[in-house]
Ligand binder design. Sequence first.
Ligand SMILES: CC(C)(COP(=O)(O)OP(=O)(O)OC[C@H]1O[C@@H](n2cnc3c(N)ncnc32)[C@H](O)[C@@H]1OP(=O)(O)O)[C@@H](O)C(=O)NCCC(=O)NCCS
Length: 164
Amino acid sequence: MASEGYRIRPFRVEDLERVMEINFECLPENYSPSFYLDLHKRFPETFLVAELDGMIQGYVMSRIERGFSKFHVLKPTRLCHIVSIAVREPYRRRGIGTELLRSAMRNGREVYEAEECYLEVRVTNEPAIRLYQKLGFVRVKRNVAYYMDGEDAWVYAIPLKEIP
Ligand SMILES: CC(C)(COP(=O)(O)OP(=O)(O)OC[C@H]1O[C@@H](n2cnc3c(N)ncnc32)[C@H](O)[C@@H]1OP(=O)(O)O)[C@@H](O)C(=O)NCCC(=O)NCCS
C-alpha cells in the first residue's frame, strides 16, 4: 500500500535490526530479538513496517489473543493486542502511525478474525492517546503501575467492525 510517499508492508526477518533500533530510539519498553521473531512467526499479518526515503521509519506489532471483550462483561472474544507501535520523530504527523494501526487492525480482523483491538498507553503519552482517540478507541480501564518505572497505563479498545 502506498500513500503520500510511504509504503506499509509486512515485516521481514531481515528488518529486525532496524525495527529494534527504532524501538530503542522511540520507547522505553524494549524487547529481545526472539520476542520480535516470535510475534512475527505467529502473527505475520499484524507485524507491519512503514518504509519511506528507502528505509523503515516505523513499525507496529500485535498479538492475537483469546480473552474477554473489553465492552461486554464475560463475553469470550478474539482480541488483537497492539504490543508496540512507533514512528521515528522526523516522520511523525504525516499519518503513518494512523495507517500502520489501521492496516494492522484490518488484518487482525480479516486474517485472524479478531473482533476487538486493545492496547496500553502511558497516561502521560498525549500524542499516542490523541492518535487512538482520533481512530475511535475508547478508554476502558486504568492499569495502576503497569510500567516498570511505576507509571500507570490507560487501556484503550475498539470493536474492529468500526474500522473501515
Ligand atoms: C504515537 C505515534 C506512533 C504517532 O505516530 P504519527 O505517525 O505521528 O501519527 P499520525 O501522523 O498518524 O497522527 C494521527 C493523529 O494523532 C494525533 N497526534 C499525533 N501526534 C501528536 C502530537 N505530538 N500532539 C498532538 N496530537 C498528536 C493527531 O490528532 C494526529 O492527527 P493530525 O496530525 O491530523 O492532527 C508517534 O508519536 C510515536 O512513535 N511516538 C513514540 C512512540 C510511542 O509513544 N508509541 C505509542 C506507545 S503506546
